[in-house]
Ligand binder design. Sequence first.
Ligand SMILES: [Zn+2]
Ligand SMILES: [Zn+2]
Length: 186
Amino acid sequence: MDNILYALLYEAIITAIQPTSQLLLKIDRPHRQESNISYTIPFSNDHLLQPNNTQFKNIVDFYLTFHEIDETVSGMLVTNLINFIQDVILSFGGDNHQSLNVYFEIEDHNPNASRRLDVEVVIQDLEITQRKATGEEDSECAICLEDLQGPENINTLFCNHKFHHECIVTWLHHKTTCPNCRILIV
Ligand SMILES: [Zn+2]
Ligand SMILES: [Zn+2]
């Protein structure tokens, strides 16, 4: 474990006046050993809206797991992060229903941490970019062999091959190449 170096840097910016009912999480992977995570947290007066506090903790825990940071240390980091957020909210005063954007960065030098996390990041992008078929898709989904014109959402990969969203997400949990052309997706 002592070959793992990591840094968890964070800052919080209050940006929105309207509350966000949905938690937004975005991860960038600028380098294979670094995660930049930004997170929107709705809050009301001086506390995080429940159960978002728990959801937030779970998500941070989840990504720290990928980086294989020792459990005791990661527990401490999460607690510190949540305390920091609470302090920022308290210092902001009594304005009701705002959102907080939290940005944090995880950096480590554990080569094994990257792979699973990179798959998660690609899946997250597929969540964002999924769409209804336009009517111009004349091919079938090479995973389930069904028509792409159904009610299910589809994704187009960068190699231009199209699949049902659910099909390609399930696929990526087992293989990281395009089912059509075998190009490396992750
Ligand atoms: Zn399919
Ligand atoms: Zn392809």
